[in-house]
Structure formats: structure tokens, C-alpha cells
Design a protein around this ligand. Structure first.
Ligand code: ATR
Length: 282
């Protein structure tokens, strides 16, 4: 019998800066498992063929990132409920000959807040989400799962928020950026899903005066770890959760599917990725 090391990868374009190999490599070592996790830079026009020959190239599964997440959903034989809801798949694995797909961003977002702000969804009525792109859709789905009854979707381009809100039904309300102050009143949660605050981009410049001090503020941007929004919220006394945990937690289900053990997100793993972000050894 020929023995092959189980092999998975992350597929994207570009992909050079993905931190997924560090995360999965850490878990493989920590759990003493034989396996390999690499990066594959694949152009959109080659993606379908790449997935078609995934197995013959020795892969037991993969993560999929920009710009391939929608294409991945269309190519799987069986999609999870969460993948179907968003029409997006970021984690692929085989069950027999069946290629399965899940969207683990929802789980990653929820697990991060459960970890960093225990009990946060016990009182979750009103939530404000900034941004209406692909990341925003995952956050809406996550908050709906936890029973948010009033989700305000605030976006620079109102039409985009309206289109997205319509997909999720009457609890999601597209909101003009100029109505932010009113949207923040009585909110339990504020989430940034825009690219503002990311390294190389301008910071979000918000007036948080109407946001209750009890509201949890979180950002899916994690480079830098503390965005301008999180700093502003922390300084005025709001509880905050940074976005790094979402990246770490969304990786858990894939690892379990491919390598057979459920890994945990530990402070040591977090420190390793923080060090990679800040360039300072842990
Ligand atoms: P992703 O899939 O990662 O969410 P995206 O689809 O490019 O990325 O969406 C980026 C989000 O950031 C959008 O909500 C975008 O607002 P528009 O829909 O109006 O483009 C928001 N965004 C980006 N730059 C912005 C800026 N300078 N001011 C306000 N919002 C901005």
C-alpha cells in the first residue's frame, strides 16, 4: 500500500499573505499529526479545473478565499445549510467521492465573540453592521442565527445595503450612512465589515456618542489588531473584541474534517499570529 501524507491547502489569488498555513501548521505540530497545509495561487479561469483535479493532485480538501468563494459553492456536490444560505463556500472536504462545502466564517465570527465576550448574545436585540460586501452577509447570517431582531445595515452605497437586506428578510434594514447616529441608539452590538481601518486604509471616523456604553464593538479587520474604531470604543468604555479570533476559529472545522481531530484556539496560537502581524517574535 502506498502511504500519502494528508495534504490540504488554501486556494486564492493573491494568496502569498494568507496566514492559514501558519495556523494549520501549528495545530498539526501541537497535535502530533502527520499532514501538510500549503498555499495555491490559482487564477479565476483555472479554478474549476483545479478543484476538478484536487484529489488526483493529492489533496484531501482545501480552504478557498477571494476571489473563489462563490465559484467553490457552485462546484461542490453537497453544501452545508450555512453555505447554501450565503451561496459561498470557504471550506471543502471529501466524504467518499462527494465533495462537501461549508461556510465557516459564520462559525468563526460567533465563536470569536463567545470566546472574547462571553454571554454577548444573551441580550442581542439591535445590531448595527457597517458595510454591505461579502463579509457583511456572513455577519448578518450569524446575527440572525443568534436571534437579533433589528439589524441596521449601514453602507456608503445605500443601494448595495438594500439589495443585501432584501436577501435576509424584514429584520434587516438598509440605512444611510448619514443616519448612523440614530441607528446606534439602543444598539447592543456594532460590527465593522468595511475595509476602513485596515492597514493602508483611512480609519473609520465615527461619532459614537449615541452608542450605549454597554454595546459590544467588534471589527473583522485584524491588521492592525486594534483598529481606530476599536481604540475609540475602548477609550470611551465599550467592551471590544478584535477580529483575529474570527480568522482562527473559522479554521477549526476544516482542520477537523481533513486531519480528524478538533483543534482548539489557544492563547499560544493567538500570540503566534499576533507576532506575525506585528513583526515581533512571541
Ligand atoms: P468584502 O467582500 O470583504 O466585504 P467588498 O465587497 O469590497 O469587500 O465590500 C467592502 C465594503 O467596504 C463595502 O461595504 C464598501 O462600501 P460600498 O458598498 O459603498 O463600496 C465599504 N467601503 C470601502 N471603502 C469605503 C469608504 N472609503 N467609505 C465607506 N465605506 C467603504
Amino acid at each position: 500500500m502506498i502511504y500519502h501524507t494528508p495534504k490540504a491547502c488554501v486556494i486564492g489569488h493573491p494568496i502569498a499573505h494568507s496566514r492559514s498555513p501558519i495556523i494549520h501548521g501549528y495545530w498539526l505540530k501541537e497535535l502530533g499529526l502527520e499532514g501538510h497545509y500549503g498555499r495555491e495561487d490559482v487564477l479565476p479561469e483555472h479554478f474549476s479545473a483545479f478543484i476538478g483535479s484536487l484529489r488526483s493532485n493529492g489533496y484531501i480538501g482545501c480552504n478557498v478565499t477571494l476571489p473563489h468563494k462563490e465559484a467553490a459553492f457552485r462546484l461542490v456536490d453537497r453544501a452545508s445549510v450555512r453555505a447554501k444560505e450565503l451561496q459561498v463556500a470557504n471550506t471543502l472536504w471529501f466524504e467518499g467521492d462527494t465533495l462537501c462545502g461549508d461556510n465557516t466564517d459564520i462559525e468563526g465570527f460567533l465563536a470569536n465573540l463567545d470566546d472574547r465576550a462571553t454571554g454577548w448574545s444573551k441580550k442581542l436585540d439591535k445590531a448595527v453592521i457597517l458595510g454591505a460586501g461579502g463579509a457583511s452577509a456572513s455577519i448578518i447570517a450569524a446575527l440572525k442565527e443568534r436571534g437579533a431582531s433589528d439589524i441596521r445595515l449601514v453602507n456608503r452605497t445605500l443601494a448595495r445595503a438594500e439589495t443585501l437586506a432584501q436577501r435576509f428578510g424584514p429584520t434587516v434594514h438598509a440605512t444611510e450612512w448619514s443616519d448612523l447616529a440614530q441607528a446606534l441608539e439602543h444598539a447592543d452590538l456594532l460590527v465593522n465589515t468595511t475595509s476602513l481601518g485596515m492597514k493602508g486604509q483611512p480609519d473609520l471616523d465615527l461619532d459614537l456618542a449615541s452608542l450605549p456604553l454597554s454595546a459590544l464593538v467588534t471589527d473583522i479587520v485584524y491588521v492592525p489588531l486594534e483598529t481606530g474604531l476599536l481604540r475609540q470604543a475602548r477609550q470611551r468604555g465599550n467592551p471590544v473584541a478584535d477580529g483575529l479570533g474570527m480568522l482562527l476559529h473559522q479554521a477549526v472545522p476544516g482542520f477537523e474534517h481533513w486531519f480528524g481531530k478538533r483543534p482548539t484556539v489557544t492563547p499560544a496560537l493567538r500570540a503566534l499570529i499576533e507576532a506575525d502581524i506585528t513583526g515581533v517574535a512571541p
